[in-house]
Design a binder for this molecule. Structure first.
Ligand code: TXA
Ligand code: MG
Length: 343
C-alpha cells in the first residue's frame, strides 16, 4: 500500500485533507491524524474490523484499550452512561485539549475499542485538523498514538511515515505536535477525586486549580508488581523504547557533565538543554531551553538517537512536579525504571 501524505496547514488544506481522510475512514480504512499531543491512528468507532486493523498495524497488545476522540462536547452523551460533576468541571476547564477522561461506557461503544472494559476514555483534541477529520468522518474516532507499539510516540508526519509507511493509506501532516506528550489520562473516583493514570501536560496542579482534588496512581512512577493488574492496561506494556539503551540520570548539570566524560569515546549522545555544557568529544541531542521544550521534543530526541545509530543515549530526569511528572513517567519506562544517581 502506498502511503500518501497530505499537508494540513491552511484552512483550505485542512478541509481537503479531512474530506479525503473522512472518506477513507467511512470506507473502513485507518488514517494518521495530527493532534496537539502526538499523532493518532484513527478509525471509526462503529467499525470493529477497522479498529482491529489498528491493533494489527501497530502490533498493539489486544488488552490495551483505545481512546475515543470527539469534535464537540455534546458528542460525549451517547458514548457514556453517566458523567460525574467533577468530570464536567474538568471538561469545561480543559477541553478541547490534552485531557482524556475515563467514564462508564454506553452500549454504543464496542468491546473492541475498550478491550472488554466497561469504561471508555474520551478526549476532545484541540488540533484543527483532528477536529475537521472527526467532523468529516461524521463519527467519533478511536485513535491510539500512531507509532509501532513499544516505540516512542510520533510527533510529526515524518515520525509516522518512518513507523507506518506502506501500512496505512494516509497521513495528515498538521505539523509538529505542540505538546509532544500524550494526553493526561484520569478517572474520577467515587467521592470526586481525580485519579491520574497517565500524567500529561494537564498537570495535577492545574486540576487542583479548578477545584478538583487529585491523586496520582502509584503505577505512574514504579514498575508493576508480578501479576498486578493496572487500572490503565497501557501502563503494563513496554514503552517509548528506541533501539539505543536509555540511560536515565538524576543530578545537577555539573555532576552530569562529570558523568558524561565516560562517554566521550563511545557511540553515545546526551539529550540536553541548549545551554548545558558537555565534555569535549561527547555528542549531544539538543532539546530546547526548558521543560516545555523537553516535553515537546523528547520523543523526537529518542527517535534521533536511532537515526544516529547510537548504542546509548543519556538523559536526565526533571523535578517530579508540573510537566516534569509526565516527562519522567515516559523516561522511566524508556529506561525500564533504572535511574542512576550521579550526585
Ligand atoms: O494524547 C493522546 O492521548 C494520544 C492522542 C492520539 O490522542 N493517544 C494516545 O493513545 O496516547 P494510546 O492508545 O497510545 O494511549 C492510551 C492510554 C493507554 O495507556 C490505555 O491503556 C489508556 O490510555 N486507556 C484507554 N482507555 C482506557 C480505559 N477505558 N481505562 C483505562 N485506561 C485506558
Ligand atoms: Mg501509545
Amino acid at each position: 500500500m502506498k502511503t500518501e501524505i497530505l499537508k494540513a496547514a491552511t484552512a483550505q488544506e485542512i478541509e481537503y485533507a479531512a474530506m479525503i481522510g473522512g472518506k477513507i475512514i467511512n470506507e473502513g480504512g485507518i488514517v494518521a491524524m495530527p493532534t496537539e499531543t502526538v499523532y493518532g491512528l484513527a478509525a471509526s468507532i462503529d467499525n470493529d474490523d477497522a479498529i482491529n486493523s489498528i491493533f494489527k498495524v501497530k502490533g498493539r497488545p489486544q488488552d490495551n484499550p483505545i481512546i475515543v476522540h470527539i469534535a464537540e462536547r455534546e458528542d460525549i452523551y451517547s458514548l457514556v452512561s453517566s458523567i460525574p460533576d467533577e468530570a464536567k468541571a474538568l471538561m469545561d476547564a480543559f477541553w478541547p485539549g490534552p485531557l482524556t477522561i475515563i467514564l462508564k461506557k454506553s452500549e454504543q461503544i464496542s468491546d473492541v475499542v475498550t478491550s472488554n472494559l466497561d469504561t471508555v476514555g474520551i478526549r476532545m483534541p484541540s488540533h484543527p485538523a483532528a477536529r475537521a477529520l472527526i467532523k468529516a468522518a461524521g463519527c467519533p474516532l478511536a485513535a491510539p498514538s500512531a507509532n509501532l507499539s513499544g516505540k516512542p510516540s510520533t510527533t510529526s508526519a515524518k515520525h509516522v511515515f518512518d513507523d507506518l509507511s506502506g501500512k496505512i493509506p494516509l497521513i495528515i501532516d498538521g505539523g509538529q505536535s505542540t505538546v509532544g506528550l500524550e494526553s493526561t489520562v484520569l478517572t474520577v473516583l467515587d467521592g470526586g477525586t481525580a485519579l491520574i493514570l497517565r500524567p500529561g501536560s494537564i498537570t495535577p496542579e492545574m486540576i487542583e486549580g479548578v477545584g478538583v482534588k487529585v491523586k496520582i496512581d502509584s503505577a505512574v512512577e514504579r514498575p508493576l508488581n508480578e501479576g498486578e493488574k493496572p487500572i490503565s492496561p497501557g501502563t503494563a506494556h513496554k514503552h517509548y523504547s528506541p533501539k539505543a539503551k536509555v540511560i536515565l540520570l538524576k543530578g545537577t548539570r555539573n555532576k552530569i557533565f562529570e558523568f558524561a566524560k565516560n562517554y566521550a569515546d563511545k557511540n553515545a549522545a546526551v539529550i540536553c538543554f541548549l545551554k548545558q555544557k558537555l565534555p569535549r568529544g561527547v555528542k549531544r541531542i539538543d532539546i530546547g531551553e526548558n521543560e516545555e521544550d523537553k516535553a515537546r521534543l523528547i520523543f523526537d530526541a529518542l527517535r534521533k538517537a536511532d537515526e544516529m545509530e547510537l548504542d546509548e543515549v543519556l538523559v536526565s530526569v526533571e523535578e517530579n512536579s508540573g510537566i516534569g511528572l509526565a516527562i519522567n513517567n515516559r523516561l522511566l519506562r524508556a529506561a525500564e525504571f533504572k535511574v542512576i544517581d550521579v550526585e
